[in-house]
Design a binder for this molecule. Structure first.
Ligand code: APR
Ligand code: ZN
Ligand code: ZN
Length: 359
């Protein structure tokens, strides 16, 4: 059987997505069909949409930051039932590869553990779909979703699967900053704001928000930034050195550009750590002065917040429900799926922290 569902399809990079009705197969063995209740528009989606990140896998249905309700389950699905509320995990959690076996769930590499059976279809055409949350319904491997508290609103829970775990996780799981640390954050978008909020949760003393778009500082301050640096006007490295008497303990790059990664490392004090959180561009390389490393500085990377989704999504949502994690101010705007192109325009204009597409 198939289900008719709206989906936002990219036929050609650099051109608008077409929102159209497709047929979606029932879930196969180990798969679940999810009725999407909210999906955030992330810069990683924009990278594919715009062509900044080239792909040959077209036509494609984008979207990876989402939450919804399980509608159907395939054979051999264990632990999920129709009606369960779930948040999508960017990487699956196969539980068997060398990474899962050593607790590094964010690096799960389930070679051949699951070949998707259910497909989106129209007139015989094949669509490339990862999590494909830019749709009314999607079918994914059961290990790509985490069951969460039934009371959490879907348009808020959606953000937990990418922006929140990536940002908060970079601070608490990867850098593991000490209370009283000084922190600088390059990029106050959906992900960077969550680095700021992770630093705030961790008891950072100073949290310096850096952006070339000063309109982002209103959000940064709400998330806990103590200082702001307008990188369109000021030399961010100099400004941070001045604010902190020589550099920060931790600098997070949340844009994904070589120049800003180098700035982040330059802005650390001796013994400090720079963390790459932004997605690396294809072929991106960065030159760094060796003397920094010789002075106990470290440059580390972080993927998907170095998180364990089944564990981390639960406590992140619980903190939201306790009023200690701010998801509400991250969602500047909700729009219907049919306005996905307008949501990309808003991101390009720097007009939002996050847009969440809702049914
Ligand atoms: N210096 C400082 N800030 C910058 C610069 C720069 N040179 N260039 C861009 N920015 C700011 C933008 O003004 C914007 O506020 O970086 C922010 C990026 O925010 P979003 O577009 O909302 O991106 P986001 O979804 O947060 O993703 C950031 O993380 O997941 C990855 O692929 C994603 O690499 C991307 C990064
Ligand atoms: Zn994302
Ligand atoms: Zn695995």
């Amino acid at each position: 059987m198939t289900t008719s569902t709206l989906a936002a399809v990219i036929y050609k990079q650099g051109e608008p997505a077409i929102v159209e009705s497709l047929e979606l197969d029932d879930p196969g063995p180990g798969e679940v069909m999810v009725n999407i209740g909210g999906t955030g528009v992330c810069h990683s989606d924009h990278n594919v949409y715009s062509g900044y990140r080239h792909t040959d896998a077209l036509p494609a249905i984008l979207g990876h930051e989402g939450a919804g309700i399980v509608e159907k389950i395939g054979a051999d699905v264990h632990g999920l039932e129709p009606g369960d509320k779930v948040v999508f995990a960017i990487r699956p959690m196969c539980g068997r590869c060398k990474y899962c076996s050593t607790g590094r769930w964010n690096l799960c590499d389930p070679i051949s553990s699951h070949s998707p059976t259910a497909q989106f279809r129209k007139n015989g055409a094949q669509y490339h779909a990862g999590l494909a949350t830019f749709a009314e319904h999607t079918v994914v491997w059961e290990n790509n979703v985490v069951k969460v508290d039934p009371d959490v609103p879907l348009d808020r829970a959606a953000l937990v699967g990418c922006a929140v775990i990536t940002g908060v996780g970079a601070v608490v799981n990867r850098a593991k900053i000490e209370t009283g640390s000084t922190v600088a954050v390059w990029g106050c978008g959906g992900v960077g704001l969550n680095v700021i909020q992770g630093a705030h949760l961790s008891g950072a003393l100073r949290i310096i928000a850096v952006d070339t778009n000063p309109s982002k500082f209103q959000y940064a301050t709400k998330m806990g930034a103590t200082d702001t640096v307008d990188a369109s006007n000021d030399d961010a490295v100099e400004a941070i050195r001045d604010l902190t008497d020589g550099g920060v303990d931790y600098a997070f790059e949340v844009i994904g550009q070589p120049a800003t990664l180098r700035q982040a490392l330059e802005a650390t004090c001796d013994g400090g750590t720079a963390v790459l959180v932004g997605a690396a561009p294809d072929g991106g390389e960065v030159m760094i002065p060796m003397r920094h490393l010789f002075l106990d500085r470290a440059l580390i990377g972080c993927s998907a917040g170095t998180g364990s989704p089944r564990h981390d999504f639960q406590w992140l949502i619980a903190l939201y429900q306790q009023g200690r994690l701010n998801l509400d101010d991250l969602v500047t705007r909700t729009r219907p799926l049919t306005e996905v192109n307008e949501a990309f325009r808003d991101m390009e204009a720097g007009a939002v922290a996050r847009t969440v597409l809702v049914p």
